[in-house]
Structure formats: C-alpha cells, structure tokens
Ligand binder design. Structure first.
Ligand code: KIV
Length: 289
C-alpha cells in the first residue's frame, strides 16, 4: 500500500515549487483510477450534483448525498489526500452546525479535509472548523454555489477593486487556518500574484499556470460530460463515444444472439446431464439438450 499524501507534503511541494495535482472523483472505481494515476489530492466535489446526479447546478445536493459519494471514494483511494466539498447551506446557518457537518465528512465520509466556498464572510466558520481539528480548503473566485449572486459563471477579479478583494479574502482565509485555497476562473496574472502572496498552496481551475496546483473535474477530463465545456477544461480523453459504441455493440449482439457464446456460459458434463434428466427431465424439459 502506498504512503498517504499528507498536508505537510502538499506544503513542501509549494516550497519546492513542485505542482500539486488534484482531480475530482465521486465513486469507488473513479477514485481507484485517480489514485492509481498518482494524483496527489481527490476532491469529492459538489460538482457531482451536475456530473453524476444530473442537476442543473450544485445548490441542490445534500449532506447525505455528498457523504454517500465520499464513502465510496474513501473505499477506492489509498494514497491520495481526500477533500470533501461542503454543500450549499451546510455551513451558512450557524458556526456550530458547520462544525458538525464538517465533522461528518471525516467521521462518516472517510475524508481527510473539507472544502467550502467564500471569503471574509466564512472566516469565522473556517476558524471554528480548523479549531475543531478539521483541515479546511478555501475556494475563491467563481464560487458555483453562489454563481447567481456573482452574475453567472463568469471570470472573477477582473477589476482592480475585485482583485484587491480577492487578495484580502485569500489572506483572511490563510489567517483563519486554511491549508490550501482553490482559485476558480480568475485571470492568470491575478491568480499568480495571489499564489505568490500566500504561504499556503493555491489550486487553480481556470486560473492559469502560476497557481501551486491544478484541479479539474473527472468527467471533463475524460470527455464524459457533454452539457457544456468551460474554456479552462482540457479533455485528455474522449470516452463518451467509445462508451456508447460499446453499449451499442452489446445491444446488437444480444439481439442477434451472438452473445453470450459458450465462452461466457456454464456447461455441465454428459454424466451430470444424464443424472439431471433422471430426476427433473419433465419439469425442465432437458431431453435432447
Ligand atoms: O465541486 C467541484 O468539483 C469543485 C471544483 C471545480 C474545484 O469545487
């Protein structure tokens, strides 16, 4: 069994300027693929609301649904550091409820840390969760849970004022105890500047190569999500069509009775058949088999 990635190693990667790799995964086989590929961190993202559950956005996914997927990922991953994404309304109501929900990701979900979205407005919550002994990843820039408030899925921090706010938010999250921050949909030079200002690693998605690490969504990387493809996505495989073609080939063979063949069937010896015939030939109509 490979040694599990630790927060210390992730921090060391920042110091040595070695990029951190992160992908989302949502189930047991997915986690095994990502883990075996040697990716440092797995995020059980609330993006599963869209990629796995078919919702139009991330807001409707529940704590119980997130935990269901976290448990499966935890069973599949041995080495990667696991981060569970706190769903909308699981950390906005009160600090104590946030701590309880964050704790469930570790106790029930088998995660190593949690992620939550927001800047200064979540600092008190982050501090309380960290003080409870739960490692926290922040998430700034385009925060999908509140995308409507941000005016849609748009690049963030494009004005001087917004860039300043982003830097202040990042420093506030670091000060509250976050050990890493996801930066989503931010102009590359701004994300690079934030990354240089912080002592903790930044993990970028649509934030350029100057971040300390990168994250992408499982189904985007594999070309399995066809509703839309953001500019920052690179598809490293196109699996949608081969999957459909495999299912079509199966359907054709079943309909043509060319599957299953003898190679996929169980037979019995002549002697066993004779004995069976002696007992149940009438009921099963085995004569002549
Ligand atoms: O839910 C998710 O997959 C995420 C990533 C896009 C960072 O938050």
């Amino acid at each position: 069994m490979s040694k599990k990635v630790s927060i210390l190693e992730l921090q060391q990667k920042k110091v040595e300027q070695k990029p951190i790799t992160m992908l989302t995964a949502y189930d047991y086989p997915g986690a095994k693929f990502v883990d075996e590929a040697g990716i440092d961190m797995i995020l059980v993202g609330d993006s599963l609301a869209m990629t796995v559950l078919g919702h139009p956005n991330t807001v409707s996914v529940t704590m119980d649904e997130m935990l269901h997927h976290c448990k499966a990922v935890a069973r599949g991953a041995e080495r990667a550091f696991l981060v569970g994404d706190m769903p909308f309304m699981s950390y906005q109501v009160s600090v104590s409820e946030s701590i309880l929900n964050a704790g469930r990701f570790l106790k029930e979900g088998g995660m190593d840390a949690i992620k939550l979205e927001g800047g200064r407005e979540v600092v008190e919550t982050v501090r309380a969760i960290v003080n409870a002994g739960i490692p926290v990843v922040g998430h700034l820039g385009l925060t999908p849970q509140t995308a409507t408030k941000l005016g849609g899925f748009k690049v963030q921090a494009k004005t001087a004022e917004a860039a300043k706010r982003l830097i202040d938010d990042a420093l506030a999250l670091q000060d509250a105890g976050c050990f890493a921050i996801v930066l989503e949909a931010i102009p590359a030079p701004i994300a690079t500047a934030v990354s240089k200002k912080l002592a903790i690693p930044t993990i970028g998605i649509g934030a350029g190569v100057g971040c300390d690490g990168q994250v992408l969504v499982f189904h985007d990387v594999l070309g399995m999500f066809d509703r839309f493809t953001p500019k920052f996505v690179k598809r490293y495989a196109e699996l949608r069509q081969p999957i459909i073609e495999a299912f079509q080939a199966y359907r054709d063979e079943v309909e043509a009775r060319t599957f299953p063949t003898d190679a996929h069937s169980f037979s019995i010896s002549e002697e066993e058949l004779r004995q069976l015939n002696g007992h149940v030939s009438k009921e099963l109509n085995l004569v002549g088999e």
